[in-house]
Design a protein around this ligand. Sequence first.
Ligand code: ADP
Ligand code: MG
Length: 232
Amino acid sequence: MKNMIETKNLSKTYKAFTAVDHVSLHIKKGSIYGFLGPNGAGKSTTMKMLLGLTAPTDGDFQIDNLTFPNDRVQILKKIGSFIESPSFYPNLTGKENLDIIRRILGLPESSVDEALELVGLSEFGNRLAKKYSLGMKQRLGLASALLGEPPILILDEPTNGLDPEGIIEIRKLVLDLNKKSNITILISSHYLDELSKIATNYGFIDKGHIVEEISYEELNSKIREKTTVKIK
Ligand code: ADP
Ligand code: MG
């Protein structure tokens, strides 16, 4: 299967400090790629580079056979993103907030209702954003990423700050989206358990370095081996 996202030696250095160090990721089309690492490992910085929000100091990447930076605008059209805690206008409704983004993206009016439907917020579309619970705000963030149903989603710690119920909800949503429309999803977390039930592949990052890229099956057989050794 071909890679939907491929980075080669992607790096980001701030003065003397290297936040992302020669990162080469291979993210298959249709996969849910769990990007795992402790706080400060370089997850957000990597994702921001993929979104053209911060410039790489070295390396390059391709998304759906388009190359950065030459095809930057075309690349962006393919990605829906959720980076850090998205902010909304508190005194506008969920629907009005999405409509602003929808207009910027030049999408048809119907895409707002479609996105609200996808995240299960249809009946709360006319409620003011400031009245949303944290879980609803995260879902609104996902809805904005889903406007226009892009083939790729980049989600940076979308379950951050949610209670266990909210985490389960987001997990279910990610899984449904991937199944329903074969969206390629890059999702980060600092907590393996959070992604262990949904990711098909993993990339572990620490101090800017990729420690390992591994499939769900490979990871599980490794864990089983370790458990067996312990029992012996
Ligand atoms: P993660 O998302 O994995 O928690 P980040 O990508 O946010 O990690 O950060 C990686 C490292 O880069 C951290 O040590 C962070 O302090 C540093 N960093 C991030 N942005 C900047 C910046 N604008 N200037 C300097 N250092 C930064
Ligand atoms: Mg981060």
